[in-house]
Design a protein around this ligand. Sequence first.
Ligand code: SF4
Length: 347
Amino acid sequence: MYSSYQYKVNTALDLLLSLVFNVNTAEFPRVHRKEDNLKLPKNKEILEINSGQTLSWDYVKNINLAKHAGFCYGVKRAVETVKKLKAENSAGNVFVLGELIHNTDVITELEELGIKTLYEVPACGDGICVIRSHGEAPEVIDRIEQAGFEAVDLTCPDVKKVQRKAVELAKDGYFVVIVGKSEHPEVIAIRANVQLCSDKVVVAASVGQLKPYEKEIAACRKVGVVIQTTQKLSTLNSIVDYLTPLVQELSVANTICASTATRQREAQELAQNSDLMIVVGSRKSANTTHLAEILKDITRTIHIENDKELDGFAELINNSREIAVTAGASTPQVIIEKVVSKLKNYR
Ligand code: SF4
């Protein structure tokens, strides 16, 4: 069964082909979409005309790529600066403390350039040791310098802002709540900075994690809240709702970085009009994982690390017509391009 729209397109196509190619299209098998009730996509085109035996055409999928997919400025700055440091110090050591970004291809590329990853600060060493965009505890930076390295601080300026805000709140006598996962390197560094001037600080990624501190928090007149730069706004809102009736004075700083906020907002808008959202990036990346979590509430969403993982979702992709792709802040452009290019091969 064809809709009248499909029928008109078919008839026009028949006429065009018979005039241009002098072929009788009735002889060729055709592939049409099977779902009669699927809404019509915005564009349509002939997918393939094999001069041999098969004429195949269909409504093409709309594949939308988010404008803000991939490296944020903080990650771009870190990757470019590390490469530049190595180019300027080709004979010397350039290390990064911890993986510069959550992407194995990039880490391998850096290693091939001679930029090595350290997983802990050695007792002694020489050359440059880079602090990645997540930031580091001041005590760790001291140890890097004491070991004999030159510490080059590439903490993202937006992460620095959170560190400064949290310290400012602590100095003003606020009990500081850091919203984020306690094991996240950015959170570890924010807390370490606060602990230089106050021991009234807790980390919580949910209301449940804050509840054990309820008495301690309620006993404080003033509570200040900051949030890790790539967290979800909904998590901040739920924590603020929980704290509001508990404390006399609540100071909340929404320190989610502009890059994350823009990426999340844009992806949410795309998801509203998509059958399928594809989030590309490492499962170790907090911002990528949060992006997928947010989108799952809006439409069908899959989180993949690279184009090869698309194969596991072939049926889902074949049955989707409006597909949008976004990617985390540590996903290189080349990986995003491979995903988009491979998507075009699905029906
Ligand atoms: S995600 Fe935001 S805070 Fe983190 S490096 Fe990128 S711009 Fe900076």
